[in-house]
Design a protein around this ligand. Structure first.
Ligand code: 3AI
Length: 322
């Protein structure tokens, strides 16, 4: 059954979706960069639960334990979580999945305790689901047969309520055409070639690079050569280790950044490349370094500018101007 769920921006760093798990309402971070659906649970130390809604399996009449199953996930930012597993009915917007694997947290890293999300809904490919001994399917994979089309779309406008649409694309949320590219899911991500970029109107190549569409990452993270090429065009910009990234004067004149999605460019407007005040009159850049490797991570700042379509047939990824 197709449906749409509202995504609410939280602290400017993520979008949360109110989700029913066994009849219990939680605010979850929809994450196309991972494939585990995990929730804050009554099994956590009570000190970790302050400020969070959490799931209590014994309060759900539809919970079934998966005896002996465990999960343990690590994220690129160094955070992580682990626990045990059961199944329950999960409702997102108008889409219901019965028997969804729900990963109950027994441990979460400190960043999650202080973060607003009550857990994550992984929407990448279940080949990277961490449940042992048997990896579990994602909510989207389980819902697919009940959808008109095997796709979901992310609408995450800047500083405004957005939505995740399941089973259809909503042409009231974008303008122009949706441009698609083939996805290589062999690493478990919505990943595609991203071998060039433009700083303003100047084209640069980054051969061998790919991009990953990751709604669970806030910023645009690219290789150091791209980050350097960009900030070389922002006079007065510098890497500020105390802020953990590149900063510039808030009045700085920023160039646009165009990233290649397969063979097509998506141009991020300059306004979105100023992430906001770091301290005093210095502002933090929305483009930061991904560190080593050749996988760029295109996070929420990308989705602030583009409606993103994740289509399992293919699979393919599409984008259209918001
Ligand atoms: C260090 C861990 C590496 C990156 C790898 N893990 C991953 O790739 C995991 C699945 N995905 C992630 O760490 C990243 C994508 C990395 S692309 C290589 N996405 C999920 C992340 N945004 C979830 C999150 C949301 C809110 C707060 C924090 C974290 C692994 O387990 O090997």
């Amino acid at each position: 059954q197709d449906g749409s769920a509202t995504a609410v921006p939280s602290d400017g760093v993520e979008y949360l979706v109110s989700t029913s798990v066994g009849g219990q309402s939680l605010n979850l971070d929809f994450d196309t960069g991972s494939a585990d659906l995990w929730v804050f649970s009554s099994e956590l130390p009570s000190s970790d639960l302050s400020g969070h809604s959490y799931y209590t399996s014994s309060d759900s009449s539809t919970f079934q334990s998966l005896s002996g199953y465990t999960w343990d996930i690590s994220y690129a930012d160094g955070s992580g979580a682990s626990g045990n597993v059961g199944t329950d009915t999960v409702v997102i917007g108008g889409t219901t999945v019965e028997g969804q694997a729900v990963e109950l947290a027994e441990k979460v890293s400190s960043t999650f305790v202080s973060d607003a999300a009550d857990g994550l809904v992984g929407l990448a490919f279940s080949s990277i689901n961490t449940v042992s001994p048997t990896p579990q399917s994602t909510f989207f994979e389980n819902a697919q047969s009940s959808l008109d089309s095997p796709l979901f779309a992310a609408y995450l406008p800047n500083n405004a309520d957005g939505a995740y649409d399941f089973g259809y694309t909503d042409d009231s949320k974008y303008s122009g055409d949706i441009t698609y590219t083939d996805v290589d899911s062999s690493n478990g991500f919505w990943e595609y070639p991203s071998t060039s970029y433009k700083v303003g109107s100047t084209t640069h190549s980054q051969s061998g690079y790919t991009g990953i569409s990751d709604t669970g990452t806030t910023l645009i993270l690219m290789g150091d050569s791209a980050v350097t090429a960009y900030y070389d065009q922002v006079s007065g910009s510098s890497y500020d280790s105390s802020q953990g990234g590149y900063v510039f004067d808030c009045s700085a004149d920023l160039p646009t950044l165009s990233i290649s999605i397969g063979g097509n460019y998506a141009t991020i407007p300059a306004s979105l490349l100023n992430f906001g005040t770091a301290s005093g009159s210095s502002c933090f850049g929305s483009l930061q370094s991904v560190g080593s490797g050749t996988q760029n991570i295109y996070g929420d700042v990308f989705f602030n500018a583009f409606y993103g379509v994740f289509d399992a047939s293919g699979p393919s990824f599409g984008f259209a101007t918001v």
